[in-house]
Design a protein around this ligand. Structure first.
Ligand SMILES: Nc1ncnc2c1ncn2[C@@H]1O[C@H](COP(=O)(O)OP(=O)(O)OP(=O)(O)O)[C@@H](O)[C@H]1O
Ligand SMILES: [Mg+2]
Length: 311
């Protein structure tokens, strides 16, 4: 039986030090929103950022507005790289300098089958497959963020077998927390093959700001799932705003972009006189959500800097 290369045999493996996997086994907990918003914010701040989309549904292409654009290969390139071992090809996201993506999409439907075969032949080493095609280009970026699908252990394993850091969004309800426990089990397995992997933190997503008792409860559950001493729930939270979520995904604009779009839209009374339906206006809460993501972005960078400083 042949084996995939071990961690230290992957060419350029050191370049994977700034790879963050955004994951939770549970669906709808903010994985894609966090990936899109942090990616666009960091790129706007001048960091060179690569996003890798492991999702068949590719909501990242909705959030960033490139669904159906020329760059949108629906995951064909990613699938091909993973099947052949050819280095990943990233493309520039239109209209967003410094932001690059390896798109996901319908072609990734075949990826689970590919991974089943790899696991049969190579065992857990199959989890390093993405690492080996990403490592040669990862050094070209300041940050690489991988958006993972829900309820697909094999594809999450690919991300956990690659990343240096795990960032886990969760809603404060039971579902997100069960998903977190399932992910904690994969995390422990992934560390056997990718010992560099560590928990960067847990982000409370779509939660109400004042619910501090609930937030305390989540913190305790995270600690028991990942072990005492693990990174806690981050201070930054992403506040609940369904309206901004819908506006953003419909328009292909992330929160800080909606915030600046809202600042230049006509005053509400002008829209009223012009007969513009209220739903076509961007809600002023865009600024709150944008600020939440700025706080999260800053906290993530501080954690990375602290970890790198002590390395
Ligand atoms: N700040 C917010 N408050 C409330 N809901 C939000 C917020 N931001 C996004 N949403 C909504 O939450 C839902 C889930 O978000 P998102 O797609 O980011 O989660 P996900 O974990 O990537 O989901 P999936 O597992 O399906 O890939 C979406 O319908 C989105 O519109
Ligand atoms: Mg998603």
């Amino acid at each position: 039986m042949s084996t995939a290369p071990a961690t230290n045999e992957i060419p350029g493996a050191l370049a994977l030090a700034r790879v963050i996997a955004v994951a939770n086994d549970k669906g709808g907990v903010g994985k894609t929103s966090v990936t899109a918003n942090l990616g666009a914010l960091y790129a706007q701040a001048g960091y060179r950022v690569l996003l890798v989309d492991l999702n068949r549904q590719a909501n990242l292409s909705d959030d960033l507005g490139y669904r159906g654009a020329d760059i949108d290969d629906q995951g064909a390139g990613l699938l091909m790289s993973l099947m052949t071992g050819k280095v990943l090809q990233a493309v520039a996201v239109p209209g967003r300098p410094n932001l690059f993506v390896v798109p996901g999409g319908k072609h990734l439907t075949d990826l689970t089958g590919v991974m089943v075969g790899r696991v049969q032949n190579h065992g857990r080493e199959a989890m390093r497959l993405l690492a080996s095609v990403l490592a040669p280009i990862a050094g070209e970026y300041d940050l690489v963020i991988i958006d993972t699908p829900p309820e697909n252990t094999l594809l999450v394993d690919l991300a956990l077998g690659t990343a240096r850091w795990l960032l886990m969004p969760t809603r404060s309800d039971g579902g997100g927390l069960v998903g977190m426990q399932l992910l904690a089990e994969r995390y422990i397995i992934a560390r056997q093959i990718n010992p560099a992997l560590a928990l960067l933190g847990v982000v409370l997503f779509g939660t109400s700001r004042g619910a501090s008792a609930i937030h305390r409860d989540v913190r305790a559950k995270v600690e028991s799932a990942f072990g005492i001493g693990a990174s806690p729930v981050l201070t930054a939270i992403i506040g609940h705003s369904e309206r901004i979520a819908v506006d953003g995904r419909d328009r292909g604009r992330v929160a800080h972009e909606l915030e600046s779009d809202a600042a230049t839209q006509p005053a509400w009374w002008e829209s009223l006189r012009a007969g513009t339906p209220a739903a076509q206006r961007i809600a002023p809460t865009a600024a709150n959500v944008a600020e939440d993501y700025r706080q999260l972005g800053a906290e993530v960078l501080q954690l990375l800097a602290a970890a790198e400083g002590s390395a």
